[in-house]
Design a binder for this molecule. Sequence first.
Ligand SMILES: [Fe+2]
Length: 497
Amino acid sequence: MLIYPEAGVTSHEDHPLARIAVHNAIAALDARAYIKASPSVLGSNGLNQEWITLEYGTGNPSNDDWVGVFSPANFSAATCDPENNMVTPPLLCTAPIKYQFANRSNPNYKRTGKGSLKLQLINQRSDFSFALFSGGLRNPKLVAVSNTVSFANPNAPLYPRLAQGKTWNEMTVTWTSGYDINEAEPFVEWGPQGGQQTRSPAGTLTFDRSSLCGGMPFCAAGAPARTVGWRDPGFIHTSFLKELWPNLVYTYKLGHKLFNGKYIWSQMYKFKASPYPGQSSLQQVVIFGDMGKEEADGSNVYNQYQPGSLNTTKQIIEDLKNIDIVFHIGDIVYANGYLSQWDQFTSQVEPITSRVPYMIASGNHERDWPDSGSFYGKKDSGGECGVLAQTIFCIADTEHDWREGTEQYKFLEHCFASVDRQKQPWLIFLAHRVLGYSSGDFYADEGSFGEPMGRESLQKLWQKYKVDIAIYGHVHNYERTCPIYQLNFTTSATDDA
Ligand SMILES: [Fe+2]
């Protein structure tokens, strides 16, 4: 077992896709082997999530045969875009977006050489193909490749994520599409439910491999993010919906106006605006960290990565009518440099993020990479180093230095000082790693009972600005403490006046 400072999971650095030795893959196409996918066009009815059926067979079956899902469909070396021409690209230029063992639904696969699988695909801006491999995950031999499958509109605007804006009456909407600004104008059409709708423009961002951190291309010691884990992120659009009325329900649709005058629309979504600060209201808040994602079809589950995330997501969706805002304080996807996983996560949480603000903080799995400016020099982000998840609101970012004299310390002090405690009586401090007190075993082993230099640096601020509650992730266990100041209980939990 890998020793790693997060309890409850066997190994965070070992993403399921990292178990596949992509660089060792060789072509061994077998005339007797085949794999067929159906249907070949998905989403004709507007859906962006569909199930497909695979039928496959081989003349030389084995229980370690596996099926990889590739997107884009053409994953051969001929399509690779290596970082430098000194390195010969491997047979496969990308890791699959997910995989499943060939005998999963047919225990007799080894004897019959025939199997079938049902897999769920989401619209990820590219087509798909499916490949049957022998040789297990460590020495993959490509024996058959399927026909291509694609969504009717792979560029469709998808996966809206709401976030509370800089002021109480502003909501930001972020989404993903395949449309660059030189193809279409992105915007949000929105307004009070049943009332007049207006349009607000959206900005467009993207990034390429060179934005990410990483090691030598195709080097086993390097990051996956710039090599086999790289996948084109598409375009990320953000629009700011302003001057919202307190508590009013708004509807919104994502739109792209093509230059030929045609409009591409998402489905209609809705949200409820915040109350006016200080207004009498009950706000129900959900706060958690370290959720991750999982495949609903059971792919990739062989190291029990984050199966609980499906339960958590489902429960939040069921409770959504009683939830006003969600905080996911770091370790969001655990993509660890396999970029396809971000789409899969945003798809998984879309029923939540499209309805209520979903506020995120950076965790070690979004940020940390040696010599990239993170406070910790580990490789937990797989080379993403904060490019896919950057946050700038009033939550501490534990992957950057927070000690006195740093920019973040000043930011936090400013944040605490600017709260109007008449209108916002509760001051809550959030961060990914435990900057307060934790009896988690790895902190106990260090004797620090919390992230070293956490309390020492910040407790003066907490005391001065009378922070009421601090909530953290990272430890993957529930614990709570009585009020503590400088390692002493200041009062009992019950007589805190
Ligand atoms: Fe963490």
